[in-house]
Design a protein around this ligand. Structure first.
Ligand code: Q6M
Ligand code: ZN
Length: 721
């Protein structure tokens, strides 16, 4: 009897243990409903762990490290299992993996693989697990730059299945976004052929699946791998519901895969014309500025016009510094920005799937930057952007000119000169002669730690206004200093008798100081008068000795130039109906919009192609975003603007709004908290009048601000090339 009871206890004990272990995983999925009123007090990471609206999926399985090259092949030797292990280990070591929801992989089914591939090809690949080494080598011979292994078929099914799991997690709302770390990659594989280390086209399969299973109408695929994903291009060439964007090392077709159709003039076919965008790079050594320019002046304007419901990233990291294939010089932190700039599209539904990346130092760094951004951490400062190089500008020019007939945002792009720039065959053998010196060890600084301030967003609101969920009510702790009050009185023009107003202004100053000192990430203040408040903040910033630059983004019809000095510490970009062009200087930039801020397409276009490049090059330490009550900005466009600006100044934004606009507090705070701005819907085509003024401004300012350039201008004395 006693033995029986002991056995019973043991049994119960073991069951409870198993249950608890199991529950740990399930919890991550089911805590969706936990939204307690005390949430604002929790640290960011705990918050994101529980709320599906803010979680990031991470999909990985060690099984995908279990195949490798079994013979000597110089073309394939860089594609090693360690690519995956070092990436995953870096995510674990930095604590990022722990902050994600771990979603298991699965095998893609035959039916799913057949969404993209032919039956003959699938059947052929199915035989590979049973082949001898010799058979495998023979089998491999029919394809280019790829190798087979008895376990690669299994891994390829898992790689595609991982992409499908990611789609399911994002589309069902279990997570907001996510990344799948997979091997083999996918973007080169074609309907009936393996190619470039790829067996099944993971992202193409996932895109077809999303269309079929969830009825997704428009899909954007951003391929930032340094190679052209020709497989993806072929798959969706005639499909206007999938916009494929790829930049790639091309060198006038001298670089693998050496295809004519990788050039900028392959725009898609039939119905799909305009929905394939190739940006060929004809030089190596490109840098952050080159990549970001293409985002500002091609990808983002087109993407906003297209308005995807879902975004995939063919996330290869061979475009990063140190990569033996790409030979580019962009630093890993650029991927934080590329990721961030996509995160306000498609209501934040971004699915990143690993492709290439062969430097075992820059690859894990870049993966971490990407995942950390998906998780919503503050962005690194976009330091030292110096504008695109001449060759990148040539590519940019060609792409914009070629696509101007398809996209209204590009309709004012400069046409191509009659003698085309890019398709020109390579000049002579001169470049050829310099043989590839065995890439000497490149060094670059480790990316900086991205630390979240304890308080994400604080709001300074008048009594009676409730502070939205997730946000901290700001109360100034100290008594205002008499000196400050005196200063405020001068800059506000308020009477000493107006003690209450002066105290509230001094709270505003202390909020700004806390944001500047990074004790708080971002802030919002509802004030009785935005102009007065703005003046006070600007004066105070100017009087403090800090060398911190401030970017002021002003939505107002009221002239405001006088509030800044030209010492380079402040830049003011003002959006209004008024044509204040004559007043323009290097640091005061009045953007005249035909419909003012109320026209969504016009405003967004100006934000993407003017404000962002200016902001990134200026690289402020603080962004002051001011919304005057007369600006009539639509709530969604405002949220997009607020969201996009979080890429600057490590997210240190201070928003000023007028008391009368209290209904906008919640949506604004939501954007400051990192909630993706709601999608704008397909934008109405831009009229000439929307594009003309900003375009004129861009041309005038590009001498000062190189990130505004889109063509190789006459007066540009660039010595590379
Ligand atoms: C290798 C030539 C070696 C996923 C990916 C695959 C790239 C395949 C490159 C094949 N050529 N010098 O795009 O990164
Ligand atoms: Zn690649």
């Amino acid at each position: 009897m006693i033995v029986f009871m002991l056995l019973c206890f043991l049994y119960i004990y073991i069951s409870v243990c198993i249950f608890l272990l199991y529950k740990k995983r399930v919890d991550a999925w089911c805590l969706n409903h936990v939204t307690s009123p005390t949430l604002p007090l929790l640290a960011n990471c705990e918050l994101s762990k529980m709320n599906p609206d803010t979680t990031t999926a991470l999909i990985y399985d060690e099984e995908m490290t279990k195949y490798k090259l079994l013979w000597v092949d110089p073309a394939c030797k860089i594609e090693v299992p360690e690519r995956l292990t070092v990436s995953y280990e870096a995510l674990v070591k930095t604590g990022l993996a722990d902050r994600c929801v771990s979603v298991p992989v699965r095998e893609a089914t035959d039916e799913e693989i057949l969404l993209v591939h032919s039956e003959e090809y699938l059947e052929a690949v199915k035989q590979t697990p049973y082949m001898t080494l010799e058979d495998l080598q023979m089998f491999t011979l029919q394809y280019g730059d790829v190798y087979f292994h008895p376990n690669i078929y299994h891994c390829a099914k898992l790689a595609s299945g991982a992409a499908l799991q990611l789609v399911d997690s994002v589309m069902t709302g279990k997570v907001r976004n996510g990344m799948a770390l997979v091997r083999p990659p996918g973007h080169h594989s074609k309907r009936s052929a393996a190619n470039g280390f790829c067996v099944f086209n993971n992202v193409s399969i996932a895109a077809k699946y999303a269309k079929q299973k969830y009825g997704v109408k428009r899909i954007l695929i951003v391929d930032w791998d340094v190679h052209h994903g020709q497989g993806v291009q072929y798959c969706f060439e005639e499909d206007p519901s999938v916009l494929y964007f790829s930049w790639h090392r091309y060198e006038h077709q001298k670089f693998w895969p050496n295809l004519r159709e990788s050039d900028y003039d392959s725009v898609g076919k039939a119905e799909g014309a305009g929905f394939n965008i190739n940006v060929p790079w004809n030089k190596v050594g490109l840098e952050n500025s080159d990549y970001l320019s293409v985002f500002f002046h091609v990808l983002l304007p087109v993407a906003y016009e297209f308005c995807p419901d879902l975004v995939f990233v063919c996330a290869g990291f061979d475009a990063a510094i140190g990569d033996p294939e790409g030979e580019m010089c962009a630093t890993p932190d650029v991927f934080a920005h590329l990721t961030h700039l996509l995160m306000n599209l498609a209501d934040g539904k971004v699915c990143a799937v690993l492709e290439g990346g062969y430097n075992l130092k820059s690859l894990p760094q870049s993966v971490c930057e990407t995942v950390q951004t998906l998780l919503g951490d503050p962005l690194p400062r976009p330091a030292n952007l110096k504008g695109p190089c001449k060759s990148a500008l040539e590519s940019l020019h060609c792409v914009r000119a070629t696509h101007r007939k398809y996209w209204s945002c590009l309709k004012h792009a400069d046409k191509l000169p009659s003698d085309e720039l890019s398709t020109k065959p390579v000049k002579s053998a001169e470049g050829e002669a310099e043989e590839k010196t065995e890439t000497e060890e490149l060094v670059w600084p480790d990316p900086l730690k991205r630390i979240s301030p304890n308080v994400r967003t604080a709001a300074l609101v008048p009594e009676g206004v409730t502070c939205p969920e997730g946000c901290r009510l700001f109360c100034s702790s100290q008594e205002p200093e008499p000196n400050l009050i005196k200063q405020l009185q001068e800059s506000s023009g308020l009477d000493t008798a107006d003690a209450a107003a002066l105290t509230s202004l001094s709270s505003l100053i202390s909020l700004m100081d806390k944001v500047k000192k990074a004790e708080i990430r971002s802030g919002l203040a509802l004030v009785p008068d935005v102009s007065i408040a703005m003046n006070c903040v600007v004066q105070h910033a100017a009087s403090s000795s800090s060398s911190n630059r401030m970017l002021i983004v002003l939505l107002s019809e009221k002239m405001a130039k006088s509030c800044i000095t030209e010492d380079g510490k402040t830049m003011l970009v003002q959006f209004s109906r008024r044509s204040l062009e004559a007043e323009m200087t290097k640091y005061y930039i009045p953007v005249c919009l035909k419909q003012g801020c109320s026209g969504v397409s016009g405003l967004i276009h100006a934000v993407l192609s003017l404000l962002l490049p200016l902001g990134y090059e200026f690289d402020p330490g603080l962004v002051l975003l001011v919304r005057a009550p007369d600006c009539r900005v639509s709530e969604r466009a405002w949220q997009q603007l607020t969201g996009l600006l979080q890429g600057l100044a490590q997210g240190h934004t201070l928003v000023l709004m007028q008391e009368s606009e209290r209904s906008s507090v919640a949506p604004t705070v939501s954007s400051l908290l990192g909630t993706p701005a709601p999608s704008l819907g397909p934008l109405s085509a831009l009229g000439s009048e929307d594009v003309e003024a900003p375009e004129k401004l861009r041309l005038k300012l590009q001498r000062h601000w190189k990130l505004l350039q889109t063509t190789v201008s006459e007066n540009k004395c660039d010595d590379d090339g």
